[in-house]
Design a protein around this ligand. Structure first.
Ligand SMILES: [Zn+2]
Ligand SMILES: [Zn+2]
Length: 142
């Protein structure tokens, strides 16, 4: 399934448009949340695509190098997750148990950054924040 938007986007970024790159990008778009390379790999397999996990990683590296995708290492267990770089500032709530992630609306740290900047004379350029807990489903099972 060819996505015309991807084709234009890839051309703009100087990325060769291949079927597997297209599919990988579509999966990231559809998930709309940080996902592991393994999950992308499984989805591609489901779609009957003959691909190896290392190829998925290589595709992701290309996307990252062109600024299309962001890689995050979740501090908890060093698991790497990937998501579309939509330039939107956001934070995630992550379940310890099932690793489900959801986007937290808004950012509580804007004012704090300003205070910190004044206190430390740092030029503060950003932050990362992930909040962990047990989701309603897992809480019930506990
Ligand atoms: Zn959970
Ligand atoms: Zn923030």
């Amino acid at each position: 399934m060819e996505n015309l938007d991807n084709k234009v986007l890839f051309a703009k970024k100087g990325i060769k448009n291949t079927k597997q790159r297209n599919m990988t990008y579509n999966i990231l778009m559809q998930e709309n949340l940080p996902v592991t390379a393994e999950l992308i790999f499984l989805k591609l397999k489901e779609a009957d695509e003959k691909i190896s996990l290392s190829t998925v990683y290589r595709i992701l590296e290309v996307f990252i190098s062109k600024g299309l995708v962001i890689k995050r290492n979740l501090s908890e267990d060093n698991m790497a997750v990937f998501e579309i770089n939509n330039m939107e500032h956001k934070h995630h709530l992550i379940c310890y148990c099932c690793k489900k992630m959801q986007v937290i609306k808004g950012c509580p740290l804007g004012a704090y950054e300003k205070i910190l900047q004044e206190q430390t004379d740092y030029d503060i350029s950003g932050h990362r924040l992930e909040i962990y807990g047990y989701c309603p489903d897992c809480k019930e099972k506990k």
